[in-house]
Design a protein around this ligand. Sequence first.
Ligand SMILES: Cc1cc2nc3c(=O)[nH]c(=O)nc-3n(C[C@H](O)[C@H](O)[C@H](O)COP(=O)(O)OP(=O)(O)OC[C@H]3O[C@@H](n4cnc5c(N)ncnc54)[C@H](O)[C@@H]3O)c2cc1C
Length: 467
Amino acid sequence: MEKVPYDLIVIGSGPGGYSAAVRAGQYGLRTAIIEKDPKLGGTCLHVGCIPTKALLHTADVWERFVHSEEEGILCEKPRIDYPRVIDRKNKIVAKHAKGVEFLMKKNKVEWIKGFGVLKGNGRVEVRVEQGTQTLETKNILLATGSEARMLPGLKADGTRVLTNIEILTMTEIPKTLAIIGAGAVGVEFASIFNRFGTEVTILEMLPRVVPVEDEEISKELERVFRKHKIRVETNSKVENVQVLADACKITVTLANGTKEEICAEKLLVAVGRKPNTEKVGVENTKIELDRGFVKVNQWQQTAEPGVYAIGDIVAGTPQLAHVATMQGLVAVARMAGKPATPVNRDRIPGATYTDPGIGSVGLTEAQAREKGYRVKIGKFPFAANSKASILGSHDGFVKVVADERYGEILGVHIIGPEAFELLGEAVTAIESEATVETLMHTIHAHPTLYEAMGEAFNNVYGLAINA
Ligand SMILES: Cc1cc2nc3c(=O)[nH]c(=O)nc-3n(C[C@H](O)[C@H](O)[C@H](O)COP(=O)(O)OP(=O)(O)OC[C@H]3O[C@@H](n4cnc5c(N)ncnc54)[C@H](O)[C@@H]3O)c2cc1C
């Protein structure tokens, strides 16, 4: 066994793992990062957050061309060169993957290629085709992320049945696309391909789309999706999928009990993500799992001394890149004896890049009522915001969930233009424990979309000016 006195070995180089490695380097810890894939960056960079948002941006630009007459601009026969769209997306990903590599060098983090397996007592085995080596370390950070779940009996074949991975490499825009699952991944792809002209059908087992969001947000997204001619079937149960030579035939029982066969050129399965904890040697440690997710304390420590876990594999926190990153920073600060603030579940922002977009933080109205708060709601529609008119983006609203007693801001839920950017103000307000009153007297520049935030806060007391 090769004895190398590492302070920290990180397994997995997604946003959680690589950010933690950078911070460890900044603290002067001798750090290595093990990655099984040929490139650093994980799901988020290669097949998640970044490529999807690159395509969404192009879909957005394309939509402007299609509707350019409304702006007084006449474009004759605009067309999409889809391979170039994919090429642009790939270049963005490649640029940032190089960036992560650079960060490892800059912070003196050793990049070890191979598959990392926990061996217990501070040992990690690295498997490569040529053999294995075992390394010793004071601390281990498990950041192995997640992969798409499949429906029982179904397999992604890359041609008809797709996950988030294969759908990003298609060379043509499909004419029809069925999506099983209306969580963040499903609705984002629906939004992309709907704008590219694909006929999209969403099949969701639960009663509403984006089920983790505030109920009113789900309703508004469903309304706008229908307006954009996306077929949305909630409360529907997929009974069978038949893969044919040129299409998928999906047998589904709809909400009203009728059975229907839906044919689509491509089928995207977006029914959640399973944590990568099966082959990483958890059985060689005292790590406890909850349905495959790793149980941790507030400092991201597992039950195995010196082993921390972060990101998509962790039980009880949402599978989001920025959650993985922050958990990594908390874990490393703890290892290095530096001050840290644990991740507060009620202060985690979420951004869903649909059209209109969604940005949310804190409690939904239903959660706040369940917890016994004296709930007051302030809402403001983008239809009454002048910048939204200028952008031609009128759907959606800002909704503030507050507690009547002290004006505490419990949650902010936005659906509308640039919702994911507008959310920043709400996240900072909640993190700094600002009250509704603080936001009411905060001056919001004009004309901006974020004036809608100020108006919604005023409307907690029925004091919005423009609605
Ligand atoms: C289509 C899609 C869009 C998304 N969009 C967003 C978004 O807009 N915003 C957002 O916040 N989140 C988004 N997410 C979620 C986000 O991608 C994840 O939450 C995030 O990547 C989790 O980071 P992580 O560090 O835990 O793991 P990952 O990013 O999954 O990285 C884990 C890494 O570990 C490596 N690995 C696994 N096992 C081993 C092993 N044994 N040895 C060595 N290496 C190993 C993997 O190869 C991978 O590189 C999206 C996800 C998808 C699928």
